[in-house]
Design a protein around this ligand. Structure first.
Ligand code: MEV
Length: 301
């Protein structure tokens, strides 16, 4: 049996603006999806959602990966088991992580010799097939790990402080939120255009601050980024309440991560304060996870 894992990710800066070509900074985090594969006579895919064969309802990403491998190598059967620490549909890159970990596991089992760039590319193709449209961000960051400025794919220094994620457990549709921002931008281009450019500027200004480990300033920029995300209508009461809870309990800064409207927020904090920050988010009604940045992308376990 072969087991491979891939990390989730958060946005330090730049979600939504990245859709308009602005830079964003993403950070792989040490909550991982593990995929184990073993030779078998037929295809079985098992996860907390149940056990299926190729099944695009229950296991769309893994099913698409198996079909993609069948285009390049003979593959009758395989047993695939998924165990994930990344909450599904919360903006933390769970679909990219399961896709990338499955590709690496099958590559290792079948000896197809894929390089990391090939894995990221195949992962993006699979996400596009399943979602219709997908940015390359999630699949790239979760393959490579680390802190990455996109679309430049420039590696920044690893974040060396605590990271706390607060999950609202409120489902939100990325497609809908991206469409809402587009509508707002069409209605008020003179207002929303500069807001999106300012969000992009966070990444440009934030790059040096991340590399010089000036987390007080990174946190201030994250707080400004949060204000601008609220301004373009992707906030919600729970996300605001968790970000204030985090900031009032020792975080350097806190903001939405991902599409917003629900899903998750992220705070960075001195390591001695992460438990206080997590407790404050939990007291405000969130599900808090304390984690760290990781430079370990997809890997065999
Ligand atoms: C969603 O995780 C991030 C967005 O910027 C959309 C995207 O980049 O595809 C809102």
């Amino acid at each position: 049996m072969i087991t491979c894992s891939a990390p989730g990710k958060v946005y330090l800066f730049g979600e939504h603006a990245v859709v308009y070509g602005e830079p964003a900074v993403c950070c792989a985090v040490d909550i991982r999806t593990r995929v184990s594969v073993a030779p078998a006579d037929s295809v079985t895919i098992s996860s907390s959602l149940g056990t299926t064969g190729i099944d695009f309802e229950t296991h769309p990403y893994v099913s698409a990966v198996v079909e993609r491998f069948r285009e390049i190598i003979s593959l009758e059967g395989v047993s695939i088991r998924i165990v994930s620490e990344i909450p599904v549909g919360s903006g933390l890159g769970s679909s990219a992580a399961v896709t990338i970990a499955t590709i690496k596991a099958l590559d290792t089992l079948l000896g197809t010799g894929l390089e990391l760039d090939d894995i990221a590319r195949m992962g993006h193709e699979v996400e596009q097939r399943i979602q219709g449209a997908a940015s390359q961000t999630d699949t790239y960051v979760c393959t490579m790990g680390g802190v990455v400025m996109i679309p430049q794919r420039k590696g920044l220094d690893l974040i060396d402080c605590g990271i706390v994620i607060g999950n609202t457990n409120i489902f939100s549709s990325t497609k809908e939120l991206v469409a809402n921002v587009a509508e707002l931008n069409e209605s008020f281009p003179e207002v929303i255009g500069p807001v999106l450019s300012s969000i992009g500027m966070m990444s440009t200004v934030g790059e040096d601050l991340v590399n010089s480990k000036d987390y007080v300033s990174v946190g201030k920029l994250m707080n400004i980024n949060q204000g601008l995300l609220d301004a373009i209508g992707v906030g919600c009461a729970e996300l605001s309440s968790f970000t204030y809870a985090a900031r009032n309990n020792g975080a350097y800064g806190a903001k939405i991560t991902g599409a917003g409207g629900g899903g998750c927020m992220v705070a960075i904090a001195p390591r001695e304060h992460v438990d206080d920050v997590a407790a404050a988010i939990a007291a405000a009604g969130g599900e808090a996870v304390v984690t760290e940045a990781t430079d370990i992308g997809v890997r065999e376990e």
